[in-house]
Design a protein around this ligand. Sequence first.
Ligand code: PDD
Length: 285
Amino acid sequence: MSIVYLNGSYMPMSEAKISPMDRGFLFGDGIYEVIPSYDGKLVGFGPHIDRMNEGLGFIDVKFNYSHADWRAVCENLIEKNGGGNLGIYLHVSRGADSKRFHAYPEDIEATVFAFVFEIPAAPVADKEVAKAYKVSSTEDLRWKRCNIKSTALLGNVMHFQQGHASGNNEILLYNADGELTEGSACNAYIVKDGVVITPPLDNQILPGITRLMLLDILNKDGSIKVEERVVTMDEVRNADEIWLTSSSKEIAPVVELDGQPVGDGNIGDVWVKAQALYSAGKYDY
Ligand code: PDD
Protein backbone atom coordinates (compact mmCIF):
# COMPACT_ATOMS: atom_id res chain seq x y z
CA MET A 1 0.00 0.00 0.00
CA SER A 2 1.24 3.46 -0.86
CA ILE A 3 2.12 5.70 2.10
CA VAL A 4 1.90 9.43 1.48
CA TYR A 5 2.77 12.59 3.40
CA LEU A 6 0.11 15.23 4.04
CA ASN A 7 0.59 18.30 6.25
CA GLY A 8 3.05 16.73 8.67
CA SER A 9 1.67 13.17 8.85
CA TYR A 10 2.29 9.91 7.01
CA MET A 11 -0.77 7.84 6.07
CA PRO A 12 -2.07 5.38 3.49
CA MET A 13 -3.01 7.14 0.24
CA SER A 14 -6.68 6.19 0.77
CA GLU A 15 -6.76 8.21 4.03
CA ALA A 16 -5.25 11.40 2.61
CA LYS A 17 -7.98 14.04 2.35
CA ILE A 18 -7.89 17.72 1.41
CA SER A 19 -10.62 20.35 1.26
CA PRO A 20 -12.37 20.96 -2.08
CA MET A 21 -11.78 24.65 -1.25
CA ASP A 22 -8.02 24.10 -1.53
CA ARG A 23 -6.70 26.66 -4.02
CA GLY A 24 -4.54 23.96 -5.54
CA PHE A 25 -7.77 22.17 -6.49
CA LEU A 26 -9.75 25.27 -7.49
CA PHE A 27 -7.05 27.30 -9.25
CA GLY A 28 -3.97 25.09 -9.70
CA ASP A 29 -2.45 27.58 -7.24
CA GLY A 30 0.66 25.69 -6.17
CA ILE A 31 4.17 24.54 -6.97
CA TYR A 32 5.47 20.99 -7.35
CA GLU A 33 8.64 18.99 -7.83
CA VAL A 34 9.51 15.49 -8.97
CA ILE A 35 12.79 14.10 -7.61
CA PRO A 36 14.10 10.72 -8.81
CA SER A 37 15.57 8.22 -6.36
CA TYR A 38 17.37 4.98 -7.26
CA ASP A 39 17.86 2.47 -4.44
CA GLY A 40 17.45 5.22 -1.87
CA LYS A 41 19.85 7.67 -3.55
CA LEU A 42 18.26 11.00 -4.50
CA VAL A 43 19.25 12.72 -7.75
CA GLY A 44 19.57 16.52 -7.69
CA PHE A 45 17.89 16.95 -4.30
CA GLY A 46 19.41 20.40 -3.50
CA PRO A 47 18.65 22.05 -6.88
CA HIS A 48 15.12 20.59 -6.86
CA ILE A 49 14.35 22.14 -3.46
CA ASP A 50 15.96 25.43 -4.49
CA ARG A 51 13.72 25.54 -7.59
CA MET A 52 10.63 24.83 -5.49
CA ASN A 53 11.52 27.62 -3.06
CA GLU A 54 12.06 29.98 -5.97
CA GLY A 55 8.65 29.00 -7.43
CA LEU A 56 6.93 29.55 -4.08
CA GLY A 57 8.59 32.97 -3.98
CA PHE A 58 7.32 33.82 -7.49
CA ILE A 59 3.72 33.16 -6.40
CA ASP A 60 4.19 34.63 -2.91
CA VAL A 61 3.34 31.54 -0.85
CA LYS A 62 4.82 31.93 2.62
CA PHE A 63 6.19 28.54 3.41
CA ASN A 64 9.59 27.43 4.53
CA TYR A 65 10.50 23.82 5.02
CA SER A 66 14.29 23.67 5.20
CA HIS A 67 16.30 21.38 2.97
CA ALA A 68 16.63 19.08 6.01
CA ASP A 69 12.83 19.01 6.50
CA TRP A 70 12.29 18.05 2.86
CA ARG A 71 15.08 15.49 2.96
CA ALA A 72 13.41 13.84 5.94
CA VAL A 73 10.07 13.69 4.05
CA CYS A 74 11.79 12.13 1.02
CA GLU A 75 13.78 9.60 3.07
CA ASN A 76 10.77 8.60 5.17
CA LEU A 77 8.64 8.09 2.06
CA ILE A 78 11.33 5.97 0.41
CA GLU A 79 11.64 3.85 3.54
CA LYS A 80 7.89 3.51 4.18
CA ASN A 81 7.27 2.52 0.56
CA GLY A 82 9.97 -0.13 0.35
CA GLY A 83 12.63 1.72 -1.67
CA GLY A 84 13.49 0.73 -5.25
CA ASN A 85 13.33 3.19 -8.16
CA LEU A 86 10.98 5.97 -7.21
CA GLY A 87 9.87 9.39 -8.35
CA ILE A 88 9.14 11.54 -5.30
CA TYR A 89 6.37 14.07 -5.96
CA LEU A 90 6.37 17.14 -3.67
CA HIS A 91 3.50 19.61 -3.81
CA VAL A 92 2.80 22.84 -1.93
CA SER A 93 -0.45 24.67 -2.63
CA ARG A 94 -1.50 28.00 -1.18
CA GLY A 95 -4.02 26.16 1.03
CA ALA A 96 -7.78 26.03 1.61
CA ASP A 97 -9.84 29.24 1.76
CA SER A 98 -13.43 29.66 3.02
CA LYS A 99 -14.59 31.20 -0.26
CA ARG A 100 -13.59 31.20 -3.91
CA PHE A 101 -11.91 34.56 -4.52
CA HIS A 102 -9.00 35.06 -6.90
CA ALA A 103 -6.82 37.33 -4.72
CA TYR A 104 -4.32 35.66 -2.39
CA PRO A 105 -5.93 35.23 1.06
CA GLU A 106 -3.86 36.52 4.00
CA ASP A 107 -3.98 33.92 6.72
CA ILE A 108 -4.28 30.44 5.33
CA GLU A 109 -1.85 27.58 5.81
CA ALA A 110 -0.19 26.02 2.80
CA THR A 111 -1.17 22.43 2.00
CA VAL A 112 1.84 20.12 1.74
CA PHE A 113 1.52 16.78 0.00
CA ALA A 114 4.07 14.21 -1.12
CA PHE A 115 3.87 10.72 -2.55
CA VAL A 116 6.09 8.31 -4.45
CA PHE A 117 5.56 6.44 -7.69
CA GLU A 118 7.61 3.78 -9.41
CA ILE A 119 9.94 4.84 -12.21
CA PRO A 120 11.90 2.65 -14.62
CA ALA A 121 15.46 1.66 -13.71
CA ALA A 122 17.96 4.41 -14.52
CA PRO A 123 18.78 4.43 -18.25
CA VAL A 124 22.14 2.97 -19.24
CA ALA A 125 24.29 4.36 -22.05
CA ASP A 126 23.68 1.45 -24.40
CA LYS A 127 21.93 1.79 -27.76
CA GLU A 128 20.73 -1.82 -27.61
CA VAL A 129 18.63 -1.35 -24.47
CA ALA A 130 17.76 2.37 -24.55
CA LYS A 131 14.17 3.40 -25.16
CA ALA A 132 14.00 5.25 -28.50
CA TYR A 133 11.42 8.07 -28.46
CA LYS A 134 9.08 9.17 -31.22
CA VAL A 135 7.76 12.74 -31.05
CA SER A 136 5.46 15.04 -32.93
CA SER A 137 5.60 18.85 -32.89
CA THR A 138 3.18 21.74 -32.56
CA GLU A 139 3.05 25.43 -31.71
CA ASP A 140 3.49 26.06 -27.99
CA LEU A 141 0.13 27.37 -26.77
CA ARG A 142 0.91 27.45 -23.03
CA TRP A 143 1.24 30.61 -20.93
CA LYS A 144 4.17 33.05 -20.73
CA ARG A 145 5.41 31.88 -17.32
CA CYS A 146 6.66 28.42 -18.21
CA ASN A 147 9.67 28.97 -15.93
CA ILE A 148 7.37 28.48 -12.91
CA LYS A 149 6.81 24.81 -12.01
CA SER A 150 3.15 25.40 -11.33
CA THR A 151 0.67 22.64 -10.57
CA ALA A 152 -1.60 24.35 -13.15
CA LEU A 153 -0.51 22.02 -15.94
CA LEU A 154 -3.53 22.02 -18.25
CA GLY A 155 -1.58 23.59 -21.12
CA ASN A 156 1.12 20.91 -20.78
CA VAL A 157 -1.47 18.16 -20.36
CA MET A 158 -3.31 19.21 -23.53
CA HIS A 159 -0.07 19.26 -25.52
CA PHE A 160 1.08 15.91 -24.13
CA GLN A 161 -2.30 14.42 -25.04
CA GLN A 162 -1.91 15.70 -28.63
CA GLY A 163 1.35 13.76 -28.95
CA HIS A 164 -0.01 10.71 -27.15
CA ALA A 165 -3.18 10.56 -29.25
CA SER A 166 -1.08 10.48 -32.43
CA GLY A 167 0.95 7.53 -31.13
CA ASN A 168 4.01 9.50 -29.99
CA ASN A 169 5.90 9.46 -26.70
CA GLU A 170 6.21 13.25 -26.45
CA ILE A 171 5.56 16.45 -28.36
CA LEU A 172 8.10 19.17 -29.17
CA LEU A 173 6.83 22.73 -28.87
CA TYR A 174 7.87 25.82 -30.83
CA ASN A 175 6.97 29.49 -30.43
CA ALA A 176 5.27 31.81 -32.95
CA ASP A 177 8.69 32.53 -34.50
CA GLY A 178 9.29 28.84 -35.22
CA GLU A 179 11.85 28.49 -32.40
CA LEU A 180 12.05 25.36 -30.24
CA THR A 181 10.93 25.87 -26.65
CA GLU A 182 10.74 22.47 -24.92
CA GLY A 183 8.64 19.30 -24.73
CA SER A 184 5.29 19.15 -22.93
CA ALA A 185 6.98 17.54 -19.91
CA CYS A 186 10.72 17.76 -20.65
CA ASN A 187 13.51 19.98 -21.97
CA ALA A 188 14.75 19.57 -25.54
CA TYR A 189 18.13 19.52 -27.30
CA ILE A 190 19.58 18.97 -30.74
CA VAL A 191 23.01 17.67 -31.68
CA LYS A 192 24.58 19.01 -34.89
CA ASP A 193 28.13 18.17 -35.98
CA GLY A 194 28.94 16.94 -32.48
CA VAL A 195 27.69 20.11 -30.71
CA VAL A 196 24.83 19.87 -28.19
CA ILE A 197 22.49 22.86 -28.56
CA THR A 198 19.55 23.73 -26.29
CA PRO A 199 17.31 26.81 -25.97
CA PRO A 200 18.41 29.36 -23.35
CA LEU A 201 16.59 29.74 -20.02
CA ASP A 202 13.78 32.28 -20.19
CA ASN A 203 10.03 32.46 -19.54
CA GLN A 204 9.31 30.01 -22.37
CA ILE A 205 10.79 26.95 -20.68
CA LEU A 206 11.12 25.26 -17.32
CA PRO A 207 14.64 25.45 -15.89
CA GLY A 208 14.95 21.66 -15.72
CA ILE A 209 17.17 20.17 -13.04
CA THR A 210 18.25 17.38 -15.40
CA ARG A 211 19.18 20.14 -17.88
CA LEU A 212 21.13 22.02 -15.19
CA MET A 213 23.06 18.89 -14.19
CA LEU A 214 23.63 17.64 -17.74
CA LEU A 215 25.00 20.98 -18.98
CA ASP A 216 27.25 21.24 -15.91
CA ILE A 217 28.51 17.67 -16.36
CA LEU A 218 29.18 18.20 -20.08
CA ASN A 219 30.87 21.55 -19.56
CA LYS A 220 33.10 20.17 -16.80
CA ASP A 221 34.04 17.12 -18.88
CA GLY A 222 34.76 19.33 -21.89
CA SER A 223 34.79 16.64 -24.58
CA ILE A 224 31.37 17.61 -26.02
CA LYS A 225 30.75 21.25 -26.93
CA VAL A 226 27.53 22.78 -25.54
CA GLU A 227 25.65 25.86 -26.75
CA GLU A 228 22.64 27.53 -25.07
CA ARG A 229 21.01 29.55 -27.82
CA VAL A 230 17.85 29.91 -29.91
CA VAL A 231 17.19 26.74 -31.95
CA THR A 232 14.92 27.04 -34.99
CA MET A 233 12.60 24.24 -36.05
CA ASP A 234 14.54 24.07 -39.33
CA GLU A 235 17.60 23.19 -37.27
CA VAL A 236 15.55 20.65 -35.31
CA ARG A 237 14.41 18.98 -38.54
CA ASN A 238 18.01 18.83 -39.80
CA ALA A 239 19.57 17.70 -36.54
CA ASP A 240 21.85 14.67 -36.28
CA GLU A 241 20.28 13.81 -32.90
CA ILE A 242 17.42 15.10 -30.75
CA TRP A 243 17.29 14.50 -27.00
CA LEU A 244 14.74 15.13 -24.26
CA THR A 245 15.55 15.40 -20.56
CA SER A 246 13.49 15.11 -17.41
CA SER A 247 13.94 13.70 -13.95
CA SER A 248 12.27 10.38 -14.72
CA LYS A 249 13.77 9.95 -18.24
CA GLU A 250 17.31 11.33 -17.74
CA ILE A 251 18.44 11.81 -21.38
CA ALA A 252 15.98 10.32 -23.85
CA PRO A 253 17.11 9.83 -27.47
CA VAL A 254 14.52 10.73 -30.14
CA VAL A 255 14.66 8.76 -33.40
CA GLU A 256 11.54 10.04 -35.15
CA LEU A 257 10.02 13.54 -35.47
CA ASP A 258 6.63 13.96 -37.15
CA GLY A 259 7.02 10.57 -38.81
CA GLN A 260 10.48 11.40 -40.25
CA PRO A 261 13.76 9.82 -39.08
CA VAL A 262 16.02 11.99 -36.92
CA GLY A 263 19.52 11.87 -38.48
CA ASP A 264 19.99 8.31 -39.73
CA GLY A 265 16.98 7.17 -37.68
CA ASN A 266 19.09 5.48 -35.00
CA ILE A 267 20.15 6.46 -31.50
CA GLY A 268 23.25 8.64 -31.85
CA ASP A 269 26.83 8.30 -30.63
CA VAL A 270 26.83 11.65 -28.82
CA TRP A 271 23.84 10.44 -26.78
CA VAL A 272 25.80 7.36 -25.66
CA LYS A 273 28.67 9.52 -24.44
CA ALA A 274 26.42 12.09 -22.75
CA GLN A 275 24.26 9.49 -20.99
CA ALA A 276 27.41 7.70 -19.75
CA LEU A 277 28.78 10.98 -18.33
CA TYR A 278 25.39 11.80 -16.77
CA SER A 279 25.07 8.34 -15.19
CA ALA A 280 28.54 8.75 -13.67
CA GLY A 281 27.97 12.28 -12.33
CA LYS A 282 24.31 12.53 -11.36
CA TYR A 283 24.68 11.73 -7.66
CA ASP A 284 27.06 14.66 -7.12
CA TYR A 285 24.29 17.29 -6.98
N1 PDD B 1 8.39 17.32 -15.79
N2 PDD B 1 9.88 21.01 -18.87
C1 PDD B 1 8.67 20.68 -18.43
C2 PDD B 1 7.48 21.37 -19.01
C3 PDD B 1 8.52 19.67 -17.46
O1 PDD B 1 7.29 19.35 -17.01
C4 PDD B 1 9.68 19.01 -16.95
C5 PDD B 1 9.59 17.95 -15.91
C6 PDD B 1 10.93 19.40 -17.45
C7 PDD B 1 12.20 18.76 -16.96
O2 PDD B 1 12.51 19.18 -15.65
P1 PDD B 1 13.37 18.27 -14.67
O3 PDD B 1 14.62 17.91 -15.40
O4 PDD B 1 13.62 19.15 -13.51
O5 PDD B 1 12.55 17.06 -14.35
C8 PDD B 1 11.00 20.40 -18.40
C9 PDD B 1 8.11 16.41 -14.78
C10 PDD B 1 9.10 15.48 -14.28
C11 PDD B 1 6.66 16.14 -14.53
O6 PDD B 1 5.90 17.07 -14.61
O7 PDD B 1 6.30 15.01 -14.21
